[in-house]
Design a protein around this ligand. Structure first.
Ligand code: HPA
Length: 246
């Protein structure tokens, strides 16, 4: 498996102005266009390929992202490892606003997304193992980066992937809580499943940007979320750079 590493940036990490762009390339795929050109970037001595999941300027809502083209483009460029960044709502008390979490499980509540490369169109079929949806090795690398930087990261958590783009009702969050979810976001799937289908190592670094619906007395506003993103993404970038270098 290739050691080349890609970072898929989520909400709050659509562009990485403080990083130097070394090259940028639009990759054709059988599934259409990826969210953006793949950018080879350098940050604090670390080199990686960067792909903003929502496109340049945050154009694509979670259910309209071309996840298959994104993962295909990365694999076809020789990427073997992907660190995904996801902004999420916190459900478990350990996942308070501003926390950085490295989840270890996923429950998929999304629907109607192109979610597999094995869609029967070319006669190929496989059922990949997804018991451990995130790569243990890559998760350890992210956690070690946090330790090295003396930044506390939450080790493990169940990511519930909802359809969006609206946020959840309080009752929906209570249901996710009963299901065992610790975090809620809209973009882990089908991305993680597609990465597994193409044999890429995949892990996620989540920034908790709000308490999930019904868990705080205040309504969730984009203005409040933005404040958390502005401060939290600085920490995310430090951890990513250290994890890439590890
Ligand atoms: N729910 C779903 N997705 C999210 C949330 C949320 O509360 N916050 C950030 N992404």
């Amino acid at each position: 498996m290739s050691d080349a590493i890609a970072i898929i940036g989520g909400t709050g990490l659509c562009d990485w102005e403080s990083a130097e762009t070394i090259a940028s390339q639009t990759i054709p795929t059988p599934y259409g266009e990826a969210s953006a050109p793949l950018r080879r970037m350098r940050f604090k001595g670390s080199e990686f390929v960067f792909l903003p999941r929502h496109g340049d300027g945050h154009r694509f809502p979670p259910h309209k992202i071309n996840y298959r083209a994104n993962i295909w483009a990365l694999e076809s460029e020789g990427i073997g490892k992907v660190i995904a960044v996801n902004a999420v709502g916190g459900i478990h008390p350990d996942c308070g606003t501003g926390a950085l979490v490295v989840p270890d499980q996923i429950i998929d509540y999304s629907y109607g997304r192109e979610h597999t490369f094995y869609d029967g169109s070319d006669g190929r079929l496989d059922h990949v193992d997804f018991g451990e949806p995130y790569s243990t090795h890559l998760r350890s690398r992210i956690l070690a980066a946090g330790q090295q930087l003396k930044m506390p990261l939450v080790d493990g958590g169940v990511y519930a992937c909802t359809q969006g783009p609206r946020l959840e009702s309080a009752a929906e969050i209570q249901r996710l809580q009963r299901d065992g979810a610790d975090l809620v976001g809209m973009t882990a799937m089908p991305e993680a499943g597609l990465a597994r289908e193409l044999g890429l190592e995949y892990a996620s670094l989540c920034l908790v940007v709000n308490p999930a619906a019904g868990l705080s007395s205040e309504p969730i506003t984009m203005a409040d979320i933005q404040k958390v993103i502005d401060s939290g993404m600085q920490a995310v970038k430090q951890v990513l750079a250290a994890a890439v270098n590890a």
